[in-house]
Write a protein that binds this ligand. Structure first.
Ligand SMILES: [Zn+2]
Length: 148
């Protein structure tokens, strides 16, 4: 199955995105169109992995938009990071944001995946995937803080 951004499984390392920043809103939109046309069932798309569901409930970032499937205001964003350099942090949920900044200052390269999950119906989809780390920070702004 091609990597569509649907059914994010936090226990499996997702394929490396095709560019430094990959936005999944188009894939998301076409999926929702298929759902509305009856080509997919809600059970096909409301299949959040239990770990993703739990992360969404406990530490997910609240999003103002309602769920595209059940219309409840129950959408949360969860951020996962993957990368060999991260070692024991590979595949972790990164929360809060400061921790992400810390990791980006301590490693050259890793990939961050932002996943939306509805904590009511289990709808889940990738929002975007992007590369981050020192390799990416250094180019845009001078490193001011010296890390010990
Ligand atoms: Zn929902």
């Amino acid at each position: 199955m091609p990597f569509s951004g649907r059914s994010f499984d936090p226990t499996q390392r997702p394929p490396t995105p095709s560019g430094p920043v990959v936005d999944y809103s188009l894939a998301r939109r076409s999926l929702l169109v298929s759902l509305r046309r009856g080509m997919l069932n809600t059970t096909d798309v409301c299949d959040a992995h239990p770990e993703l569901m739990r992360a969404g409930k406990n530490i997910g970032e609240e999003v103002a938009d309602p769920c595209p499937v059940c219309s409840h205001e129950a959408i949360r964003w969860v951020r996962y990071v993957y990368g060999d350099e991260l070692k024991h942090n590979n595949g972790r949920v990164v929360y809060p944001t400061e921790w992400l900044h810390e990791l980006a200052g301590a490693h050259d390269h890793f990939t961050c995946y932002v996943v939306e999950v509805c904590v009511d119906c289990g709808w889940n989809h990738l929002v975007r995937a992007y590369s981050t780390g020192r390799r990416y920070n250094g180019a845009s702004r001078p490193r001011r803080r010296q890390q010990q």
